[in-house]
Design a protein around this ligand. Structure first.
Ligand SMILES: [Zn+2]
Length: 139
Protein backbone atom coordinates (compact mmCIF):
# COMPACT_ATOMS: atom_id res chain seq x y z
CA UNK A 1 0.00 0.00 0.00
CA UNK A 2 1.30 3.42 -0.93
CA UNK A 3 0.50 6.92 0.20
CA UNK A 4 -1.22 6.10 3.47
CA UNK A 5 -3.48 9.03 4.32
CA UNK A 6 -5.58 7.66 7.14
CA UNK A 7 -5.22 5.42 10.13
CA UNK A 8 -8.73 4.26 10.89
CA UNK A 9 -9.84 3.01 14.30
CA UNK A 10 -12.56 0.35 14.49
CA UNK A 11 -14.25 -1.97 16.94
CA UNK A 12 -15.45 -5.49 16.20
CA UNK A 13 -19.00 -4.52 17.31
CA UNK A 14 -19.13 -7.57 19.53
CA UNK A 15 -19.96 -7.87 23.21
CA UNK A 16 -17.25 -6.77 25.57
CA UNK A 17 -17.05 -10.22 27.16
CA UNK A 18 -16.72 -12.10 23.88
CA UNK A 19 -13.24 -13.31 23.09
CA UNK A 20 -12.87 -12.57 19.41
CA UNK A 21 -9.61 -13.54 17.71
CA UNK A 22 -7.98 -12.59 14.42
CA UNK A 23 -8.96 -16.07 13.26
CA UNK A 24 -12.64 -15.30 13.88
CA UNK A 25 -12.42 -12.00 12.02
CA UNK A 26 -10.56 -13.72 9.22
CA UNK A 27 -13.41 -16.22 8.91
CA UNK A 28 -16.10 -13.50 8.96
CA UNK A 29 -14.33 -11.41 6.35
CA UNK A 30 -13.61 -14.34 4.07
CA UNK A 31 -17.33 -15.17 4.27
CA UNK A 32 -17.95 -11.72 2.80
CA UNK A 33 -15.69 -12.64 -0.07
CA UNK A 34 -12.70 -10.66 1.12
CA UNK A 35 -9.15 -11.96 0.86
CA UNK A 36 -8.59 -12.24 4.62
CA UNK A 37 -9.04 -10.24 7.82
CA UNK A 38 -9.68 -6.71 6.58
CA UNK A 39 -7.91 -4.95 9.46
CA UNK A 40 -4.16 -4.61 9.67
CA UNK A 41 -4.04 -4.79 13.47
CA UNK A 42 -6.38 -6.17 16.12
CA UNK A 43 -6.21 -5.46 19.86
CA UNK A 44 -7.68 -7.95 22.29
CA UNK A 45 -9.23 -7.12 25.67
CA UNK A 46 -5.96 -7.95 27.44
CA UNK A 47 -4.20 -5.28 25.38
CA UNK A 48 -2.28 -7.73 23.21
CA UNK A 49 -1.72 -6.52 19.65
CA UNK A 50 -2.17 -9.01 16.81
CA UNK A 51 -1.32 -8.65 13.12
CA UNK A 52 -4.18 -9.09 10.67
CA UNK A 53 -3.56 -8.24 7.04
CA UNK A 54 0.05 -7.23 6.34
CA UNK A 55 0.45 -3.48 5.98
CA UNK A 56 1.81 -3.71 2.46
CA UNK A 57 -1.67 -4.78 1.31
CA UNK A 58 -4.69 -2.53 1.17
CA UNK A 59 -7.19 -3.46 3.87
CA UNK A 60 -10.96 -3.96 3.76
CA UNK A 61 -12.41 -1.83 6.54
CA UNK A 62 -13.56 1.58 5.28
CA UNK A 63 -15.47 1.71 2.00
CA UNK A 64 -13.89 3.87 -0.72
CA UNK A 65 -10.79 4.66 1.36
CA UNK A 66 -9.11 1.28 1.70
CA UNK A 67 -6.39 1.97 -0.79
CA UNK A 68 -4.83 4.58 1.45
CA UNK A 69 -5.92 3.55 4.93
CA UNK A 70 -4.46 1.42 7.69
CA UNK A 71 -7.13 -0.33 9.79
CA UNK A 72 -6.79 -0.85 13.53
CA UNK A 73 -9.54 -2.66 15.42
CA UNK A 74 -10.15 -3.29 19.11
CA UNK A 75 -12.30 -6.20 20.20
CA UNK A 76 -15.58 -4.98 21.71
CA UNK A 77 -17.79 -1.96 21.15
CA UNK A 78 -21.02 -3.47 22.50
CA UNK A 79 -21.89 -3.62 26.19
CA UNK A 80 -23.52 -6.54 27.99
CA UNK A 81 -26.96 -5.11 27.25
CA UNK A 82 -26.29 -5.15 23.54
CA UNK A 83 -25.79 -1.40 23.23
CA UNK A 84 -22.96 0.30 21.42
CA UNK A 85 -20.47 1.59 23.95
CA UNK A 86 -16.84 2.43 24.43
CA UNK A 87 -15.91 -0.87 26.05
CA UNK A 88 -12.15 -0.48 25.76
CA UNK A 89 -10.26 -1.88 28.71
CA UNK A 90 -7.39 0.17 30.18
CA UNK A 91 -5.05 -2.31 28.47
CA UNK A 92 -6.71 -1.75 25.10
CA UNK A 93 -6.53 2.02 25.54
CA UNK A 94 -2.82 1.82 26.32
CA UNK A 95 -2.12 -0.50 23.38
CA UNK A 96 -4.14 1.62 20.99
CA UNK A 97 -2.15 4.68 21.98
CA UNK A 98 1.13 2.80 21.60
CA UNK A 99 0.22 1.30 18.23
CA UNK A 100 -1.19 4.53 16.81
CA UNK A 101 1.92 6.39 17.88
CA UNK A 102 4.08 3.80 16.11
CA UNK A 103 1.94 3.99 12.98
CA UNK A 104 2.17 7.78 12.96
CA UNK A 105 5.94 7.44 12.96
CA UNK A 106 5.75 5.10 9.98
CA UNK A 107 3.12 7.21 8.19
CA UNK A 108 3.63 10.79 9.41
CA UNK A 109 1.18 12.29 6.90
CA UNK A 110 -1.65 9.97 7.88
CA UNK A 111 -4.52 11.27 9.99
CA UNK A 112 -6.03 9.15 12.75
CA UNK A 113 -9.80 8.95 12.44
CA UNK A 114 -12.63 6.78 13.68
CA UNK A 115 -14.57 4.75 11.14
CA UNK A 116 -17.71 6.82 11.79
CA UNK A 117 -15.83 10.03 10.98
CA UNK A 118 -15.84 9.15 7.28
CA UNK A 119 -18.64 10.40 5.02
CA UNK A 120 -21.77 8.29 4.72
CA UNK A 121 -20.83 5.86 7.45
CA UNK A 122 -24.01 4.97 9.33
CA UNK A 123 -22.23 3.11 12.14
CA UNK A 124 -21.15 3.90 15.67
CA UNK A 125 -17.78 2.27 15.10
CA UNK A 126 -15.44 2.67 16.97
CA UNK A 127 -17.88 3.90 19.66
CA UNK A 128 -15.69 6.76 20.84
CA UNK A 129 -14.43 10.03 19.42
CA UNK A 130 -11.07 9.01 17.98
CA UNK A 131 -10.19 12.41 16.57
CA UNK A 132 -10.60 14.08 19.95
CA UNK A 133 -8.85 11.33 21.86
CA UNK A 134 -5.89 11.27 19.48
CA UNK A 135 -5.72 14.98 18.73
CA UNK A 136 -2.23 15.12 20.20
CA UNK A 137 -1.01 12.33 17.92
CA UNK A 138 -2.58 14.05 14.92
CA UNK A 139 -0.66 17.29 15.52
ZN1 LIG B 1 -15.44 0.03 11.63
Amino acid sequence: MQDVQWIVVHCTSTKVSRKVTVKDIDRWHRAKGWAQCGYHWVIYQDGSIHPGRPEQYAGAHVANYNRHAIGVCYVGGVDENGRYADTRTPEQKASLWYLLKELKQTYPKARIMGHRDFPKVAKECPCFDAQTEYADLNK
